[in-house]
Design a protein around this ligand. Structure first.
Ligand code: PGA
Length: 251
C-alpha cells in the first residue's frame, strides 16, 4: 500500500468564540510550515470563515462538524457542503455519534452527507463506532463494519474515524489490540465498499486521545491519525498530541 500521510483533526464541538481563534496562528507557529502530516481544526459553523482566514497560507486546514446533503433551498438552519467550501473548509465531519444519538442520524443519511461533501470538493470524515452495550455483547466489529459499508460512498476522497461511543469524552480507551482489530475490520469494509479507493483512505482513531496516550495510539497498526475532541481545545495539548506522531517534523 502507498505511504499514507497522517491526519490529526481537532473537533471543537460546541465550543469557541472569536477570541478562541487565536489558537490557530499559535498552533501554526508551533507546527512550522511543513509539519509532515495534515492538521485540521473543526470549529462550530459560526467561526468557520474567520478560522479559514486565520489559517490561510499556513499548515492548518479547516473542517466543519456537520452538513446537510442537498442544494440551496428552503431549509431553515441548515448548511450545505457548497457553503462550507465557500467558507474555506476542506473537510467536514459526518455521522459523529453525538449527531447519530442526538439527531437520529442514520447510516443512509450519513452516506448522503458524505456524498454531498465529496461532490462539493470536500473530504468527509465519516465516524463509526460501537456503544458499550454492543462491545460487551461481542458485536463491536460487526457494528463498525456494517456502519462503514452503509455510510462510506465511493467516488471521492474519504476519511474514516473509528470512535467507540463509550470512549468519547470518558477518559476510557480500547486496548491497542482492540484498536488494531477495529481498524483492520474497517479497512476490509472500505475496500469492499470503495475498491481501490478504500485501500488509501485514512482511518483515524478517536475517543479520549490525550497527550499521555497519543504515542501508543499512533503506534497501533492501521492507525493513520486521530480525531481529537476535548484535548483539541488547548493549543498545548493538541500540539503535544500532534508532536507525538512519528511523522511530525515541524520543529
Ligand atoms: P474526545 O472526543 O477526544 O473528547 O473523547 C472525540 C470526538 O468526539 O471526536
Amino acid at each position: 500500500m502507498a505511504q499514507t500521510r497522517a491526519l490529526i483533526a481537532g473537533n471543537w464541538k460546541m465550543h469557541g468564540r472569536r477570541a478562541d481563534l487565536a489558537a490557530i496562528p499559535a498552533l501554526a507557529g508551533r507546527l512550522g510550515p511543513a509539519p509532515g502530516l495534515d492538521v485540521v481544526i473543526c470549529p462550530p459553523f459560526t467561526l468557520l470563515s474567520a478560522a479559514a482566514e486565520a489559517a490561510a497560507g499556513g499548515p492548518i486546514e479547516i473542517g466543519a462538524q456537520d452538513c446537510r446533503a442537498g442544494d440551496d433551498g428552503a431549509f431553515t438552519g441548515d448548511v450545505n457542503p457548497s457553503m462550507l467550501e465557500d467558507a474555506g473548509c476542506a473537510y467536514v465531519i459526518v455521522g459523529h455519534s453525538e449527531r447519530r444519538a442526538g439527531h437520529g442520524e442514520t447510516d443512509a443519511l450519513v452516506r448522503a452527507k458524505a456524498q454531498a461533501a465529496q461532490a462539493a470538493g470536500l473530504t468527509p470524515i465519516v465516524c463509526v463506532g460501537e456503544t458499550r452495550e454492543q462491545r460487551e455483547a461481542g458485536e463491536a466489529l460487526a457494528v463498525i463494519v456494517a456502519q462503514t459499508a452503509a455510510a462510506a460512498p465511493s467516488g471521492g476522497p474519504l476519511v474514516l474515524a473509528y470512535e467507540p461511543v463509550w470512549a468519547i469524552g470518558s477518559g476510557l480507551t480500547p486496548t491497542i489490540a482492540e484498536i488494531e482489530a477495529a481498524h483492520a475490520a474497517i479497512r476490509g469494509a472500505l475496500v469492499s465498499a470503495r475498491g481501490a479507493e478504500g485501500e488509501a483512505d485514512r482511518i483515524l482513531y478517536g475517543g479520549s486521545v490525550k497527550p499521555a496516550n497519543a504515542a501508543s495510539v499512533f503506534g497501533a497498526r492501521g492507525v493513520d491519525g486521530a480525531l481529537v475532541g476535548g484535548a483539541s481545545l488547548k493549543v498545548e495539548d493538541f500540539f503535544a498530541i500532534i508532536s507525538a506522531h512519528p511523522a511530525f517534523g515541524g520543529s
